[in-house]
Structures are given as structure tokens and as C-alpha cells.
Design a protein around this ligand. Structure first.
Ligand code: GMT
Length: 375
């Protein structure tokens, strides 16, 4: 099948997932065309079955806002015609589903019928999409998609509660590749980051408000009072400066390492003992799943789709949003002795294996076949 994937090319979860899906589809023999404004960060190699087409939006002084949707829908039409693309899979409703639908209509005028699958990822519904300025257009785009998928049961419930949805929503969870060798880093250079007796705690995100970065720091602040430990902060975003200031105020600068947008996520997770994800809302929590496959238990909030991934008392613990004290107590419980930590590590990996791409990819293929029957 020739599939166009439209996504954000940056470090956000939706872009990561869309990229990994595209790569896996190509490995299964499909021809995949990524159509976005820059080469997706996780897309290292283009090849015979993986293509990238850049959407460029020329600056024009008359426009206060440059019309990306217009450029994207034009590019989609052109690429569908040039490469004979058979299906559009757009990730993140805003503005991709809207642009995809316009492309579909333009192609229809030329006698080309193409199905569109829209995958909802989270903030396109729970934060941005429900804003009154966007809601009408987002509702329209969801209802005009041939098939709509969401990444968790929780996101499906939220979507049905917020929007007047006339479509069935199929749940296809986020995934990881368990066959990627997660034990590869025998030399994972743990000693560069911490001494023998220190526990390593990690947070990875795009440092937006929704991630509650101050809670990450505060939980760690409590942990390090009880146990020798270090905190690895991986990612970049608007909350980073405040986070560094908070570390200064709390006197823990020497125990917190800000790694920025690292290409060495694998290595960092390999030496992590605990992952913190205290988000305000999280449709799934791909970062937690990625941590778990590296045998890293998770302390998280109990919001959105996180309970579908992080199992209470098994792979980690979940607390109400903002309950920093409880999160810290649970973290200390996991970390305080080697036997407890080893048990949580084992269960985290075991649970993560259920989300292997080999179980999830056929679900997407089935959805694509369904889209053809509905288009
Ligand atoms: O979490 C982010 O800030 C990025 C965001 C995105 O859309 O790029 O992630 C969302 O999609 C991921 C992949 O489906 C989910 O695993 C994340 O939970 C979700 N983030 C939120 O709902 C906040």
C-alpha cells in the first residue's frame, strides 16, 4: 500500500509515534511518504520505501499568519498524484485532519478517491482542540475522516464527551519495538552520571506546562532527602528555565542534570532506576512506555490514559495530579532496597511487552482496509 503520513516532525509523542509507525510499515513492505515541514527527528534514513516531502510556506509580508494548512493540502494533492499514494494517515487533528480533508476534496474533483485516517493523540483534543476558537473546525475534521483512531480508551471517552462526534472511534494504543535490543547498552556509562550508591531518576518530555515540571523537581527534592540520587531532565521547552531556577532555590543544582533534546534516550533509559511523569493530562504517556521497556518503573499521575499503561503497585504507582508528597513516598518505596526495585523493574518490562509493535501494526493495517471500504 502507498501511504502518506502527515505529522509533526518534532520531539512530541505524536510525531515520534507517527515516525516509528511509518518505519514499521515500510519494513512490512508498504511505501511510506512522510509529508511535513521538516524531516521527522526520529527518521534517520530515507530509502526505497520511505520518502520525505517537505512542505514549505513562503513568507509573505501581507500575511500576519502564514497559511501552513493551504501549503500542506496543496502538497498532499501534488504528492498523491505524483506517487499514486492510496491512503492519507494524518496524526494530530490540528491542522492535519483539516488540511487532509481539503486535499481529499480537491482530489475528488479530479476523479481521485482517497481515504483518510485520522489519529487523535491527546492535546489536539484535551487542550488545544477543545478551545472555542478551534472546536468547530476540529469537530468537522473528525466527522469527515473516513476512520478515526485514538491512542487510548481514555482519549476516546474525552473525545466523545467534548465533541459531537458522528464517527466510530477505534482505539489503537501507542507501541514500542520490543525486538530493538534494549539490553544493548551493557556499557551504558552509568558511572558518568552517578556514583555507585546513587539512584538515577529520569524525566523526559517537551517541558510544556501540561507536564508539571515543577512537580518533577519537587518529587525529586523529597527523594534525595532520603536516598542518594540524581535527576536526569531530558528535553527542551518553555518550562525549562523555571525548572532550573527551582533547582537553584531548592539547593539541588548539583544533583540535577539538564540534558536537552538528547539523541541518547536509549542510553539514558538504560541506566535509569525510576521515571517520573506527573502530568496534568496525558492521553497515553508514550514516554512512560519507552521507560518501562528499559525496565524502568514509573511514578505518575493517575490522569487520562496513564492507568492503561502504568499499573498501580506493579509497574510503579499513580497518584492524583499534584500530590507530590505521595509520589515521593511511593518513589522511595520502590527505590529504597534492591529487591523491591528489581521486582518493579521486571514487571515494568513485562507490561511494556504487551505494547509491542508486532501486536499493534496489524491493527493499523486493518484500519486502513476498513478506510478503503468507507471512503
Ligand atoms: O505529550 C506531549 O506533549 C506531546 C504530545 C503530542 O501530541 O505530540 O503527546 C501526545 O501524544 C502521545 C502519542 O500518542 C501520547 O503518548 C501523549 O500522552 C500525548 N500527550 C498528552 O496527552 C499530553
Amino acid at each position: 500500500m502507498k501511504i502518506a503520513i502527515v505529522c509533526y516532525p518534532t520531539y512530541g509523542g505524536s510525531g515520534v509515534l507517527a515516525t516509528e509507525l511509518g518505519i514499521a510499515l515500510a519494513n512490512r513492505g508498504h511505501e511510506v511518504h512522510f509529508i511535513t515541514y521538516q524531516q521527522p527527528v526520529r527518521l534517520a534514513l530515507l530509502g526505497e520505501r520511505i520518502h520525505f516531502h517537505q512542505v514549505t510556506v513562503p513568507e509573505y509580508p501581507l500575511f500576519h499568519y502564514q497559511p501552513y494548512e493551504l501549503a500542506l493540502s496543496s502538497k498532499l494533492v501534488d504528492m498523491v498524484k505524483l506517487f499514486g499514494i492510496e491512503l492519507l494517515h494524518v496524526h494530530y487533528a490540528i491542522p492535519h485532519a483539516y488540511a487532509g480533508y481539503m486535499a481529499k476534496k480537491m482530489l475528488q474533483e479530479e476523479g481521485i478517491s482517497i481515504p483518510m485516517v485520522t489519529t487523535l493523540h491527546g492535546t489536539d483534543i484535551t487542550l488545544v482542540g477543545k478551545h472555542p476558537f478551534y472546536k468547530t473546525a476540529v469537530t468537522f475534521s473528525i466527522n469527515r475522516s473516513d476512520v478515526v483512531t485514538s491512542v487510548s480508551e481514555s482519549l476516546k471517552r474525552d473525545t466523545l464527551a467534548i465533541f459531537d462526534v458522528k464517527r466510530e472511534i477505534d482505539v489503537i494504543p501507542n507501541f514500542i519495538d520490543v525486538n530493538k535490543n534494549h539490553d544493548n547498552f551493557t556499557d551504558c556509562q552509568r558511572s558518568i552520571m552517578a556514583s555507585e550508591d546513587e539512584r538515577i531518576i529520569t524525566h523526559i518530555s517537551n517541558f510544556r506546562k501540561v507536564k508539571r515540571i515543577p512537580d518533577v523537581i519537587k518529587v525529586f527534592h523529597e527523594i534525595q532527602k532520603e536516598l542518594p540520587s540524581k535527576l536526569m531532565m531530558v528535553g527542551e521547552g518553555p518550562e525549562r528555565d523555571n525548572a532550573e531556577q527551582l533547582c537553584e532555590q531548592l539547593g539541588i543544582v548539583d544533583k540535577v542534570v539538564f540534558l536537552g533534546n538528547s539523541h541518547e534516550i536509549d542510553r539514558v533509559l538504560c541506566f535509569s532506576d525510576l521515571f517520573l511523569l506527573p502530568s496534568e493530562t496525558e492521553s497515553f504517556g508514550l514516554a512512560a512506555l519507552e521507560a518501562m521497556i528499559y525496565k524502568t518503573p514509573v511514578i505518575s499521575s493517575n490522569t487520562g490514559g496513564i492507568p492503561e499503561v502504568n499499573k498501580q503497585g506493579v509497574t510503579g504507582f499513580l497518584s492524583n495530579v499534584g500530590n507530590v508528597q505521595e509520589m515521593a513516598r511511593n518513589a522511595i518505596h520502590i527505590l529504597k532496597d534492591d529487591a523491591t526495585l528489581a521486582r518493579f523493574k521486571m514487571h515494568a518490562e513485562h507490561e511494556a511487552r504487551k505494547f509491542d509493535i508486532r501486536h499493534i501494526l496489524p491493527m493499523y493495517e486493518e484500519i486502513y482496509n476498513k478506510a478503503f471500504t468507507l471512503a
